[in-house]
Design a protein around this ligand. Structure first.
Ligand code: F6R
Length: 363
């Protein structure tokens, strides 16, 4: 039930702090990851050195964020693929791997077929799914439920956030099992994760400013999202959400690729949302903001508190401070809200974007 909310999308956006708590409650104990019930033992995790992550749409975007985290924390090889491509490619799969299939519905046909391909190749599978008892977890060696509660709006919000949370926990458990981080480090990370719901609430209390910013987009034809590394992975999800519910063409590009083509589309008044949550990349990100600003772009910078981006952007959005590994969880809330409010301002029903279905069980 929608209760007092006009749409499921905003209800589900607001439910994210609770969804994150649910995962933390179920899968941590004494500030350590607890996958005991899942069957993922420390011994098994320590034997892994190759991970595949497969999914479609936003689930794939979760994979792209996770890839940066696993690479940062461990020496494992990670490969993230779109399930719809993976099943037709002739990849030389490494048998001693774990394939992680991410799916809210647990029914997406392409993701299910990617799972079957892994099984046929003798690769162990772990699914991360929201809908209990669906086909993907029923057929996986291991499964982790995300406990986000039913998600009704077509564009995923809280399931994305829960999937991210589970992938953070998986990455920490993997790194600890492999001896790449200590138990003390793991505890510190988990404590930081426990502060996310409150930081999410803080962002949600700032809805009015996003609503105001949304007016700026209503008459636009194209919007670009740029970022590097993790910030690029966040850009992809921000852009997907935006195009789904606003019907405005949007595109995410790694900032370093602008010069290789997309810059030709940056002209007077074109909105560019520059994601810059990674402090180490801030200087580079600022120079990309200036690059598009000098072509007339209207730059909206999304960065972390403490970063000074005021000279290179027209509007600034700041997420509360958090560990650099977890910024996606906060940045995405602003981007979901932006997509939602532009949708509303254009008179679109964000819960049911044209031509899209919640569960894609055909190819
Ligand atoms: C985007 C969105 C879709 C889904 C995709 C996969 O907002 O909701 O891109 O993420 O269709 O669906 P699941 O996760 O059910 O496999």
């Amino acid at each position: 039930e929608k209760g007092n909310y006009p749409f499921y999308m905003i209800k589900e956006i607001e439910e994210q702090p609770k969804a994150v708590w649910a995962c933390l409650n179920v899968y941590t104990k004494n500030d350590l990851v607890d996958f005991e019930a899942i069957g993922l033992t420390k011994e098994y995790l320590s034997s892994l050195d190759n991970i595949y992550i497969l999914g479609c749409g936003s689930a794939y975007n979760v994979g792209k964020v996770s890839e940066c985290i696993i690479e940062e924390l461990t020496n494992c090889q990670v490969r993230v693929e779109l399930a719809s491509e993976f099943k037709y490619r002739n990849y030389k799969l490494n048998k001693n791997s774990l394939a992680i299939i991410i799916s809210q519905s647990g029914e997406t046909k392409d993701s299910y077929e990617a799972l079957l391909k892994c099984k046929n190749e003798g690769i162990k599978t772990l699914s991360i799914v929201n809908v209990k008892g669906s086909v993907i977890p029923r057929n996986s060696d291991y499964h982790i439920y995300t406990y986000a509660g039913p998600e009704i709006a077509v564009a995923t919000t809280k399931a994305y956030s829960s999937q991210l949370l589970v992938m953070y926990l998986f990455s920490l458990a993997l790194a600890e099992a492999k001896g790449d981080i200590t138990l003390e480090d793991e505890k510190k990370y988990i404590k930081e994760l426990k502060s996310l719901p409150e930081k999410m609430e803080h962002i949600l209390s700032d809805k009015a400013s996003v609503q105001k910013l949304a007016n700026h987009f209503v008459s636009k034809k194209d919007v670009f999202f740029i970022g590097r590394e993790m910030d690029y992975a966040i850009s992809e999800e921000g852009s997907l959400k935006f195009k789904e519910v606003t019907y405005i063409h949007s595109e995410a590009k790694p900032s370093g690729e602008l010069k290789h083509g997309t810059l030709s589309l940056i002209t007077d008044g074109v909105p560019v949302i520059a994601i810059a949550t990674q402090n180490e990349l801030l200087e580079k990100s600022i120079s990309n903001m200036e690059e598009v600003k000098s072509r007339g772009a209207s730059v909206i910078a999304l960065t972390m508190e403490g970063a000074d981006v005021s000279k290179s952007s027209k509007y600034q959005i700041y997420i509360p401070k958090t560990n650099k590994l977890f910024t996606a969880s906060l940045a995405i809330i602003y981007l979901q809200l932006l997509a939602y409010y532009v949708s509303i301002a254009k008179g679109i029903n964000p819960d049911q974007p044209r031509n899209l279905a919640k569960s894609v069980t055909v190819e």
